[in-house]
Design a protein around this ligand. Structure first.
Ligand code: FES
Length: 149
């Protein structure tokens, strides 16, 4: 079936089963491989994208449910908040192996847009669904606070 999506501000047309997870459409059909596959079961957050500005785990969203909601992947985040996050991540050398980082950054940007002055608890709550196997949660938290300044 033909589906029309708005991804990173571009109108895209895909041929797929509407039950296909959004993650596979993003990676395999649209070639946006910045969004990662981790567990495929809605547990790890590696596949996080923004759907209408809210972080979602794209492995658990059937593409047929997206409709007119804009999808933003790590390749498409921009604006002052995204730039502040990029700078903070680089300044604090926040990433370790980096695999979880696209999802973590997409979720952090969504948080900072919603709540520019966030607490440790806000950050922990917002990023609870983003698992980092390297365990660098303290650095991520510090980077979010730095980006918020
Ligand atoms: Fe989607 Fe892990 S790959 S939550």
């Amino acid at each position: 079936m033909t589906l029309r999506l708005t991804v990173n501000d571009q109108r895209r047309r895909v041929e797929t089963d509407p039950e296909t997870p959004l993650l596979w459409v993003i990676r395999e059909q649209l070639g946006l491989t910045g969004t990662k596959f981790g567990c495929g079961a809605g547990v790890c957050g590696a596949c996080t994208v923004q759907l209408d500005g809210k972080p979602v785990q794209s492995c658990s969203v059937p593409v047929g449910d997206v409709g007119r909601q804009p999808v933003t992947t790590i390749e498409g985040v921009d604006g002052p908040v995204a730039e502040a996050v990029r700078r903070a991540w680089l300044e604090l050398d926040a990433a370790e192996c980096g695999y979880c980082q696209p999802g973590m950054i997409v979720a952090a940007i969504a948080l900072l847009r919603r709540k520019p002055h966030c607490t440790d608890k806000d950050i922990d709550d917002a990023l609870r669904g983003n698992i980092c196997r390297c365990g660098i949660y303290d650095r991520i938290r510090a980077a979010v606070h730095l980006a918020a300044r």
